[in-house]
Structures are given as structure tokens and as C-alpha cells.
Ligand binder design. Structure first.
Ligand code: UDP
Ligand code: MG
Length: 335
């Protein structure tokens, strides 16, 4: 005997990694995507994988495609929403499922349109094994339209200046999170969700991983401009009260200006009796400008009030129509 601990017969603990994969009208992408994902993850036979697809109320044959996947691959879990709730909520549901059942040691969130390359997620796993608790993919290049790039740039510029936390630029929701982080994120229940902000807010050891984002394989983006503006608003309203403070600053500035104006009018009156201060044009413009500013500021208050209202209603974040998960895997099926 050389004194080493007897390990024969002891099964090493296999680490489990779950993928959370939101799906909205991706019928032509799912099979190709899953093949690419399985191809990439097969390099890590030492890990247990689960692929949680969340069907976000797709109107095409996405669900049928997912069911086909599941027939061939029992590691595929399907979560079906009762309707379309949006990408952020779909990801949340996937995280909830994994966090609620303690089914993974780490979770990777990625899109199912092949814009996020599956091989990059393997690099994330390596970083996680080296000690990182969040590994977010940062775009070195992006193949989006010039318009999308410009709007994204403007949004992060504003957010940087307003938000109380630092939200990394050129980072989407493609990231790996340790189970501890997922458990924390699952406790954030705001209805207007901006997940990348929540993850930044949670903290832990976060690392960036540079990658080149690909073009969407098939189908079209589910993020038209209207949704993008709403999403940007969630980011700003959810992580900053700066716009509210701006209202009083603006009020002070306008008051100071009007005081100067009053001094000017008084001065003209007292010291230049032959002059008259020009009248109605200035009044008219001033009136319209000020009511414009006031309405916009009311809108800012209204946006916050709207969030308060939605939170006060406290409706469930989403409703599940169906969950198909493999009980044989020992992961259990939630009610
Ligand atoms: N998605 C979703 N619900 C939606 C819109 C999109 O689950 O209401 C999914 C979509 O299937 C994809 C990911 O979210 O996997 C990103 O969506 P998309 O590619 O449309 O956004 P983009 O890459 O253009 O920002
Ligand atoms: Mg996409």
C-alpha cells in the first residue's frame, strides 16, 4: 500500500450543463441548429447536457420540429408557452425550470437562429471550469445592418450615462451562468425584463469572451424597431431613475432662464422707456415649447408609473402550455 486513497468503484461526479434556447418561429433553423449544437457539445463527453427549448408561442411548425428532436434526443426538453411572451420572458422560463429543479451546474443561454455559434459556448464552459461564474459573449464584429448597429450604439451610449450599474457593450444574452448566478437571477421577477442588466446587477465573477456574431440562418428577426425601442426603454427605466431627476433639473434650468428674462424685461422697462419688449411671437413660441417639454416630462413620469402599475398587478410572468422533460434522466418533471 502506498497510502493513496482508494478510488476504484467510485463514480466521478459528472458536471451538468443546461442550454436555454428560446424559439420563436424558427422552423427552418431548429434542425440545423440542434445538429450544430450536438456536434459541438459531443466534444465534451465528460459533461451531461440538457437542451431546454422554450417555444415562445411560435406560429409556424417550430413545435413540431422540437417534438421531432425530442423523439431522437432525450436530452431535449420542451417548454411551450401558451402564447408569445417575448424573448426575455422565454429565457426566464428556461432559467426558472433549471433553477427550480437544480438540474444543472451551469446554464448557457443562446439564440436558436445560429447567430450565436455553438462552438463559442464550449469556450465559455472552459472559462467556467477555470473559475468564471458568468461568461458573456462580446461581439467583436456584427453582421447586422448599419441601422441596427447605429441604434444599438446610441442605446448603450445613453444607458452608460444613465444606468446605476455598468452594462457591458456589444453583449447580448448569449452567456454562460453558474448555477449560483442562475438561482439569483431567478429571484428577479420584474415584468419589464432586461436580463443582461439583471445579470450585471447580480455580480459574481464575470468575464467577457470575444466572438464574431454570424448572420441569421433562416427566417426573420423577431425584433422589429418597435420592440427594440420598448426593450431599450426597459433597460433604461429598469436600471435608472436618472430621467426622473432630470425633470427637476430641467425645471430649475427653465426657472433660472425665466428669472433672467424677467430681469431683462424689468431693465428695459426701467431704463429704456422708449423701447418696448417684443410681444406675441415670443409668447407663442414659448408657450408651445414649454407645453411640449411639460408633456414629455409627464410622459417620463408616466413610464415609471406604468411600470409601478404593472408590478402592482403582479401577474404571473408567463403561462406554460406544456413541459416535456425526460423523467428517466433523473431531472424530474415539474408540475
Ligand atoms: N425569440 C423569442 N421570442 C420572440 C422573439 C424572438 O423567443 O418574441 C427568440 C428567437 O427565436 C431567437 C432569439 O429569441 O432564438 C433572438 O431573436 P431574433 O433573432 O429575432 O433577434 P435578433 O437576433 O435579431 O436580435
Ligand atoms: Mg437573431
Amino acid at each position: 500500500m502506498d497510502g493513496t486513497v482508494e478510488t476504484a468503484g467510485e463514480t466521478p461526479v459528472r458536471r451538468r450543463v443546461a442550454y436555454v434556447l428560446p424559439v420563436y418561429n424558427e422552423q427552418d433553423n431548429i434542425a440545423v441548429f440542434h445538429e450544430a449544437l450536438v456536434g459541438a457539445t459531443s466534444a465534451r463527453a465528460d459533461l451531461d447536457f440538457e437542451f431546454v427549448y422554450v417555444d415562445d408561442g411560435s406560429r409556424d411548425a417550430s413545435l413540431e420540429r422540437l417534438v421531432e428532436l425530442r423523439e431522437r434526443d432525450p436530452r431535449v426538453t420542451i417548454v411551450q408557452f401558451s402564447r408569445n411572451y417575448g424573448h426575455q420572458v422565454a429565457v426566464t422560463a428556461g432559467l426558472d425550470l433549471v433553477a427550480g429543479t437544480g438540474a444543472a451546474d451551469a446554464v448557457v443561454v443562446m439564440d436558436t437562429d445560429l447567430q450565436d455559434p455553438p462552438r463559442v459556448s464550449l469556450e465559455m464552459i472552459e472559462r467556467w471550469e477555470a473559475g468564471a461564474e458568468v461568461v458573456y459573449a462580446q461581439r467583436r464584429t456584427r453582421k447586422d445592418t448599419a441601422f441596427k448597429r447605429a441604434t444599438a450604439w446610441g442605446f448603450y451610449w445613453v444607458l452608460d450615462r444613465l444606468a446605476s450599474i455598468e452594462i457591458p457593450r456589444n453583449v447580448g444574452d448569449f452567456r454562460l451562468m453558474d448555477a449560483r448566478v442562475v438561482a439569483e437571477v431567478a429571484r428577479y421577477r420584474e415584468h419589464d425584463r432586461f436580463l443582461r442588466g439583471i445579470v450585471a446587477h447580480v455580480g459574481f465573477r464575470q468575464e467577457a469572451l470575444l466572438f464574431d456574431r454570424d448572420e441569421r440562418y433562416a427566417g426573420e428577426s423577431g425584433y422589429p424597431l418597435r420592440k427594440m425601442i420598448g426593450f431599450a426603454a426597459s433597460g433604461i427605466l429598469g436600471f435608472s431613475t436618472a430621467p426622473l431627476k432630470m425633470i427637476s433639473r430641467l425645471g430649475f434650468a427653465i426657472s433660472a432662464f425665466s428669472l433672467l428674462l424677467a430681469c431683462y424685461v424689468l431693465g428695459v422697462r426701467l431704463f429704456m422707456p422708449e423701447e418696448t419688449v417684443p410681444g406675441w411671437a415670443f409668447l407663442g413660441v414659448g408657450m408651445f415649447m414649454l407645453s411640449g417639454i411639460q408633456l414629455v416630462m409627464m410622459g417620463v413620469i408616466g413610464s415609471y408609473l406604468g411600470r409601478v402599475y404593472v408590478e402592482a398587478q403582479d401577474r404571473p410572468l408567463y403561462t406554460l402550455a406544456m413541459v416535456a422533460r425526460d423523467p428517466a434522466s433523473g431531472r424530474g418533471v415539474p408540475a
